[in-house]
Design a protein around this ligand. Structure first.
Ligand code: ADP
Ligand SMILES: N[C@@H](CCOP(=O)(O)O)C(=O)O
Length: 316
C-alpha cells in the first residue's frame, strides 16, 4: 500500500504490548495497495501486518474484521485479526482505527496460469458457502449507490466518448439491478476486490485471500465477475482469456453450481465489475489523496475491459 499515516516505533511497541505478541524487531512500510496504510510488523513472536484504516470508520470496520475471523474459523485461508486481552480486534494507532493480522506466507501470482485461476475459483466458491452463516450485515460500499454518486464527480474530467460510455453503462446497470432476475441472484458476504494482488500463492498452492476492506454483502456472481475481470484478462489489451476463464468457472462450479439466474446475468455482471473499477480508478486518478508511496492505477484499463465485455459477452 501507500503510507498515508506514518507509524513510529513507539506506536508499534505500544500495539505489540497491548496485544501481548512479543517485542518489536522490525517495522516496515508496505508499498503497493492504494486504500490503507500497511506495515509489516515483525516481533519476537512472529510476522504480522499492521493496517491503519484511512477511509473506513470504526463503525464500519467490525464487519470486515469479524468476517475474516469467521472465514478463518471456517477453514478459508485468510489473515486472522489479533485481539487484546479483552478480545477486542479493532485498535487505535496514531489516531486511526487499526488492526493487526497474521502475515500470510507466499507471494502474489501476477502472471496467472489456468491452474491459479482454478485454485481461486474453487476457494472463492468455498468462501461464499462458509460466509452463508455470517451474522453481520453491511452492504458493498462500492456498489450501485456509490457508482451513482461518483459518476457525476468524475464526468467533468472525461472526453465526450468516455462520458457517453460511462453514463450509458450506469443506466444499463441501474436497469439490470431493478430486474427480477437480479433479485433472484444468491448473495452473501463477498470479497469484491479479489484481484491478483490480493491472493497469495506458495508455488502453485493458494495460501490465502487478503485485503477484505472492500467486502460487503452483494451477489456472489458480482464477486466471481470481479475475479474473471482480473485473473482471466490479458492485462496489456484488456481482452478476455478464454482458457483461464474456463478454468476458473469450472473450478467454482465444482464447489457450487451457478443458478439459472446467475448464468443469465454473467455477461451483465462482468460489465458491472468492469464499471465498478473504472469508476473507482477514475475517482482515485482525478481526485487523488496525499500519501507517500501511492501509485494510482490506470483507469483506461477498465474502460477497455468494459468495452470488451459489451462487444463480446461471455457466457458460463
Ligand atoms: N495479511 C497479509 N499477509 C501478507 N502480506 C500482506 C498482508 N496484508 C497485506 N499484505 C501486503 O501488503 C500489500 C498491500 O496490502 P493491501 O491490503 O492490498 O493494501 P490496500 O488495503 O491499501 O489495498 C499487499 O500487496 C501484500 O504484499
Ligand atoms: N483492486 C483495485 C484497487 C484496490 O486496491 P487494492 O490494492 O486494495 O487491491 C484496482 O485494481 O483498481
Amino acid at each position: 500500500m501507500a503510507v498515508f499515516t506514518e507509524v513510529s516505533k513507539k506506536d508499534a511497541r505500544e500495539v505489540l504490548r497491548r496485544l501481548q505478541i512479543g517485542e518489536l524487531v522490525e517495522l516496515r512500510g508496505i508499498e503497493g495497495g492504494i486504500e490503507n496504510t500497511n506495515y509489516f510488523l515483525t516481533s519476537t513472536q512472529g510476522e504480522f501486518v499492521l493496517t491503519l484504516f484511512e477511509r473506513l470508520t470504526a463503525e464500519q470496520l467490525p464487519f470486515y474484521l469479524h468476517l475474516m475471523k469467521h472465514l478463518a474459523h471456517g477453514g478459508i485461508p485468510v489473515p486472522e485479526p489479533r485481539g487484546d486481552k479483552y478480545g477486542e480486534i479493532l485498535h487505535t494507532v496514531a489516531g486511526k482505527p487499526a488492526a493487526v493480522v497474521s502475515k500470510l506466507r507466499g507471494k502474489s501470482q501476477l502472471a496467472p496460469e489456468p491452474v491459479h485461476c482454478a485454485a481461486v475459483g474453487a476457494m472463492l466458491a468455498r468462501m461464499h458457502l462458509v460466509g452463508r452463516d455470517y451474522d453481520r450485515h453491511q452492504p458493498n460500499l462500492r456498489g450501485l449507490p456509490w457508482w451513482n454518486e461518483t459518476v457525476p464527480v468524475v464526468l467533468p474530467h472525461l472526453d465526450a466518448a468516455q462520458a457517453a460510455l460511462l453514463q450509458s453503462e450506469l443506466a444499463y446497470q441501474n436497469h439490470v439491478a431493478a430486474s427480477s432476475t437480479y433479485a433472484a441472484l444468491p448473495r452473501g458476504p463477498v470479497h469484491a476486490d479479489l484481484f491478483r494482488d490480493n491472493v497469495m500463492f506458495a508455488e502453485d498452492t493458494l495460501t490465502g485471500f487478503f485485503d477484505f476492506y472492500f467486502a460487503g454483502v452483494d451477489t456472489w456472481l458480482f464477486d466471481l465477475a470481479v475475479c474473471l475481470n482480473d485473473w482471466c484478462i490479458d492485462l496489456p489489451t484488456g481482452a478476455h482469456h478464454a482458457e483461464r476463464a474456463a478454468a476458473m468457472l469450472t473450478a467454482y462450479q465444482s464447489v457450487r453450481q451457478l443458478t439459472a439466474a446467475e448464468r443469465e446475468l454473467l455477461p451483465a455482471m462482468l460489465r458491472a465489475g468492469a464499471l465498478r473499477f473504472w469508476i473507482s480508478r477514475l475517482w482515485d486518478f482525478y481526485l487523488p489523496r496525499e500519501a507517500s508511496m501511492l501509485k494510482p492505477h490506470d483507469p483506461t484499463h477498465f474502460e477497455r475491459v468494459l468495452q470488451g465485455r459489451i462487444a463480446n459477452p461471455v457466457h458460463a
